[in-house]
Ligand binder design. Sequence first.
Ligand code: ADP
Ligand code: MG
Length: 143
Amino acid sequence: MAAEIFETNSPDETFNLGKKLGQEAIPGTIIAMTGDLGVGKTLFTQGFAKGLGIDEPITSPTFTIMQIYESGRIPFYHFDVYRIADPEEMDEIGFENFVCGDGASIIEWAELIEEIIPPEAIKITIEKDLEKGFDYRKITVVK
Ligand code: ADP
Ligand code: MG
């Protein structure tokens, strides 16, 4: 397990980091994202989708839990589990079949369903540090 730390100072930089990981993603890539509201999880995800070759708009599926995009080079499953009360709810939408399938997945608020995140998932944490500026983000990637 190696931790890599990236520091960004603009939304674009975070988008581009996501894009880079999206370009590198292969079937079965899972990214478990942690970070407070408004820290940049969805922005990173938008970059990731771009890196997969998806040009449609990506919005946070807070109310639908999952959104599937099939217009990229591999399927993309975007989860936002903020409203999940119990990880068992994820069974109902077939979480396991998607994340262990033919596409790449990103899970926003992954810490809420920690017990069902596959161990091979890449863990990404995004944090603010207001002392370093309003647009500063520390992005820790653990592979
Ligand atoms: P989340 O999905 O974590 O709730 P969003 O991606 O929806 O967060 O929103 C992040 C917000 O923070 C956006 O309004 C974006 O413009 C802003 N922002 C400012 N600086 C950065 C940065 N360095 N990286 C990512 N987002 C940033
Ligand atoms: Mg979000």
